[in-house]
Structure formats: structure tokens, C-alpha cells
Design a protein around this ligand. Structure first.
Ligand SMILES: [Fe+2]
Length: 264
């Protein structure tokens, strides 16, 4: 099985991801061995002024492609970014949408809440044919206590990307449980690595793929790790079929939520 990873911090020295070229190349080597064949490089864009680094980011990507090719790595890489939600963010820059497809963009909230302006902002963007992909909603305290908040954003047209590590328990039991619930409700559209390094948060997807395959079946696993990312790359529509009931029975644990902040 081959995978496409839509969320990674593999570019060196630009954010809290890979520290240097050696780490970037080691991450890519691991990814290739893991079965990943395409990767979108999504450095954090924390404010509109971070977009001023677009040329630097594109140049780093160009150099990473060259260095990867020279060492025999054949993974295809694309530009992108992980935008931090703000009331007036723009999507005009080349790295604003993933793989420059002009439609899908990756957006993250703070770990603690979903701002009130999000619903209105997403509504305006979706009317303009832009589709938000919410990065790791399962790690957001507001979604942890009320998963139906993620559901309501999906009902308005947003898509969800959960982290491979969340499903495997890396961020604690509450995060894993919510990731399960979102998958059960059929409102997860992508699973990505959100890789930051070659050790604790690597560029790997196969373990999570097998986990999804065992628990939700091979068809769904293929959709989340390959078919939906492939469609997204060429700006095609993504349809997961009907939404199922979201039954969240676990009690919210403040202690477990604190553990998420520690691991950021
Ligand atoms: Fe990320």
C-alpha cells in the first residue's frame, strides 16, 4: 500500500519541525521505507506576516527536492502550509493552498478553543470555493469536551484531518477516544503524520493505516490515506457518504487535557 501525507514539518529550520538537512533527509528516508510516496510540506504560518517567508519556504522545498533526489529518495513533494486561524487570513499566496491546488487549505486552531468567528469565516470561504481542512481537531480541548463542534463544522463544509499519532495513543486516551468517535461518525477525511522529526513524531503512516484497516476496514483506510489525498491534490470533490451518529460517552478529563498541552 502507498500513502500520501498531507501534513508534515519536514522543511529544515523554518518552524518547530526538522532542525537541519540531515533530519529532513532522515525523515524522508523513513517515509519512503514506510510506503509514503507523496508529501505536502506544511510549515506553520502563524500570522499573515509569516507569508513574507513564502519565497524562502519555496526555495527550501526546491533544495530539499534536489538533495532528496541526489540521495536516491523518490518521494514527490509539494508546497503548502498549516495556517493558524485568524479573523482576516488570506489565501492568495502560493503556499496558502495545498500543492497550489487553489481550493483546499490546512488550518489549525489553538489547542484550547474554536474562536467564534470561525463558522462565519468558513461560510464565506466555502461560498468562494475554498475548502478548509481542519488539522488535528481531536487535539482541541473544545472538541475533546464537545465533539459535536467538529461535526457542525463538517456539516458546514469543512473537512477533518486527524493525526496518525492521535489514533495510536501518542497524545493520551482522551484524544484517541475522540479520534475514534470522529472516525465512527464518518467525519474524518484524512489521516496525516504531522511529522516534526525523525524520532518522536516521524513521517510515517503505515502503523496508523493498519490500525484503521483493522478497525474500520480496508476501504476506509484506503480512502483516508490515499484516495482522498489524491483527489485533494487535484482539487476534486471529496465525498465520504452519510454522517453517522456521534455518540460521545467518555467523560471529559481536565487532567488528560493538560497532558495534551505538555506534549505540544
Ligand atoms: Fe502541524
Amino acid at each position: 500500500m502507498k500513502y500520501i501525507d498531507i501534513h508534515s514539518h519536514v522543511l529544515p529550520g523554518i518552524d518547530d519541525g526538522a532542525e537541519n538537512w540531515d533530519v529532513s533527509l532522515e525523515m524522508l528516508r523513513q517515509a519512503e521505507q514506510d510506503g509514503i510516496e507523496e508529501v505536502i510540506c506544511t510549515p506553520h504560518i502563524l500570522s499573515q506576516s509569516d507569508f513574507d517567508r513564502e519565497e524562502e519556504i519555496l526555495s527550501l522545498l526546491g533544495e530539499l527536492k534536489t538533495r532528496a533526489r541526489e540521495t536516491g529518495i523518490t518521494i514527490r513533494m509539494y508546497p503548502g502550509s498549516e495556517l493558524y486561524i485568524q479573523p482576516h487570513f488570506q489565501l492568495e499566496k502560493k503556499i496558502a493552498t495545498l500543492a497550489q491546488n487553489g481550493r483546499y487549505f490546512l488550518i489549525e486552531f489553538s489547542m484550547s478553543m474554536i474562536p467564534d468567528f470561525v463558522a462565519k469565516k468558513f461560510f464565506e470561504l466555502i461560498l468562494d470555493d475554498k475548502t478548509p481542512i481542519i488539522a488535528h481537531p481531536e487535539r482541541n480541548a473544545s472538541v475533546l469536551s464537545q465533539p459535536d463542534k467538529a461535526l457542525s463544522l463538517v456539516q458546514r463544509g469543512a473537512l477533518l484531518q486527524i493525526n496518525a499519532g492521535s489514533l495510536l495513543g501518542r497524545f493520551g486516551k482522551n484524544v484517541k477516544d475522540v479520534a475514534h468517535k470522529l472516525l465512527d461518525a464518518n467525519i474524518v477525511h484524512f489521516i496525516a503524520s504531522d511529522a516534526h522529526d525523525a524520532k518522536s513524531r516521524p513521517l510515517k503512516l503505515s502503523a496508523a493505516f493498519h490500525y484503521v484497516q483493522e478497525n474500520w476496514g480496508p476501504e476506509k483506510a484506503r480512502l483516508l490515506f490515499y484516495d482522498n489525498p489524491k483527489k485533494m491534490l487535484s482539487a476534486q470533490d471529496i465525498d465520504m457518504g452519510p454522517i453517522l451518529p456521534l455518540e460521545y460517552r467518555k467523560k471529559f478529563s481536565f487532567k488528560n487535557t493538560l497532558s495534551i498541552f505538555k506534549k505540544q
